[in-house]
Design a protein around this ligand. Structure first.
Ligand code: PMP
Length: 415
């Protein structure tokens, strides 16, 4: 019996999906205390897009610590912070012709979402935020209030305020024009709905079931926001940092959101880190109006700066996209070969999965895959999707080994 089983009744963080104790990880592999090897298709829920313990990031971090580099600096100017800001501008923003101020809102995804919601309210002088069915934005009161999942919101005890949920793209079917619905709602002064401060949306809903918003839909949402003077916030906490095939998930839609939320894989090394990007004209905050004690985590600045080296080489993005295509092909073939899945292939890039209409099957596939040495998560309101989230720099051999395990798991369950 391991320590977690022993204390199951006392410990709140008992992990139900992966019943073992892990103690080592490298690249796309993890090992447990018994020395058993697993392929990681979970990637820390999108926080480890470059895999575990990347050699270059590790070397930079060790060198930094050995030289007594400053760890915690709040808002103080530090060399590590300056280097991150400069590289983020040079490698990410400038080549994409994006002009944003970079703000450090606190360490995690929910901190960047909270800062975006507060900024939108302060800039517009309005209170409501439009969010979408099945969206997920975090667990603190503000970000939870814009999360389109009633069971998660129940954790707040009583109903939350100032959020209006609209149907996401394809919510019912492709024929439902969800944006026409949205605009009518705004036009209908009699409905008692005030013009909102902002909309917040994920281009691909990670927790909500790998629901992909079409580029056309995102473009029209952007236009609608401009028409009504509503700020457009993209939550790229999970879909960003290459997960969908480009650094920002919204790039191929040809839009430039007013505010962008980023966290998870931004530090590259699994170290907590978040930024909020906003158009310079939106900078209405006085010093100290939004901050958090761990906004100046220099270890995260060091690894995040090293991670950006990947993006300095244009071949990297092409490689990520190629692996995204391999993943799509694998899932399409699997879905065709096993009609018993009653599946639908979903996703973009390396944010992919199959939604199964057979109750409980996606969870069983993930559990069987774990028995066979693959770590994979489910997503969606009823855990109806098994979700493939390999590292974006995974080697082809490990990727294909992971595919084989998934296929064997499906075959075992449906045949
Ligand atoms: N936004 C999105 C899209 C997310 O997927 C998550 C986390 N799953 C968050 C925000 C919240 O991030 P965190 O858990 O780091 O607070």
């Amino acid at each position: 019996m391991n320590i977690f089983e022993k204390y199951e009744s006392e410990v709140r963080s008992y992990c139900r999906s992966f019943p073992t104790v892990f103690n080592k990880a490298k690249g796309s592999k993890m090992w447990d205390e018994e020395g058993r090897e697993y392929i990681d298709f979970f990637s820390g829920a999108g926080a480890l897009n470059y895999g575990h313990n990347d050699d270059k990031m590790k070397a930079k971090l060790i060198e930094y610590i050995q030289n007594d580099g400053i760890t915690h600096s709040l808002d103080k100017a530090s060399t590590a912070k300056g280097e991150f800001i400069q590289k983020f501008n040079d490698v990410i923003l400038k080549p994409r012709k994006l002009d944003y101020k970079i703000m450090f809102p606190g360490p995690t995804g929910t901190n960047t979402v909270e800062s975006a919601l507060k900024l939108a309210r302060k800039v517009t002088g309005r209170t409501d935020i439009i969010s979408f069915t099945n969206g997920f934005h975090g667990m603190t009161i503000g970000s939870l209030s814009v999360t389109g999942n009633a069971s998660k919101r129940k954790g707040a005890g009583v109903p939350l305020q100032n959020a209006v949920t609209m149907p996401f793209d394809n919510y019912v079917n492709e024929d439902m024009d969800t944006l026409e619905y949205f605009e009518r709602f705004l036009e209908d002064g009699g409905s008692g709905v005030d013009i909102p401060a902002a909309v917040i949306v994920e281009t691909v809903q990670g927790e909500g079931g790998i629901n992909v918003a079409r580029f056309e839909w995102l473009k029209r949402l952007d236009e609608l926001c401009k028409r009504w003077d509503i700020l457009f916030i993209i939550d790229d906490v999970q879909a960003g940092v290459g997960r969908t095939g480009t650094f920002f998930s919204f790039e191929p839609a040809g839009i430039k959101p007013d505010i962008v939320c980023m966290s998870k894989s931004l530090s590259g090394y699994g170290v907590p880190f978040a930024i909020t990007l906003f158009r310079p004209e939106l900078d209405v905050w006085n010093p100290g109006e939004h901050n958090g004690t761990f906004r100046g985590n220099n270890h995260a600045f060091v690894t995040a700066t090293a991670a950006l080296d990947y993006w300095a080489d244009p071949k990297f993005e092409k490689e990520v996209q190629r692996k995204g295509k391999l993943t799509r092909e694998f899932l399409e073939n699997l879905n065709k070969k096993y009609p018993e899945l009653k599946g639908e292939v979903r996703g973009r890039g390396l944010m992919a999965g199959i939604a199964s209409d057979v109750e409980g099957l996606a969870s069983k596939v993930a559990a069987e895959a774990f028995n066979q040495g693959l770590i994979m998560e489910t997503s969606g309101f009823n855990d109806e999707v098994f979700k493939l989230f390999p590292a974006i720099n995974i080697d082809d051999e490990t990727l294909k080994k992971g595919f084989d395990i998934i296929e064997q798991s499906v075959r075992k369950l449906v045949k």
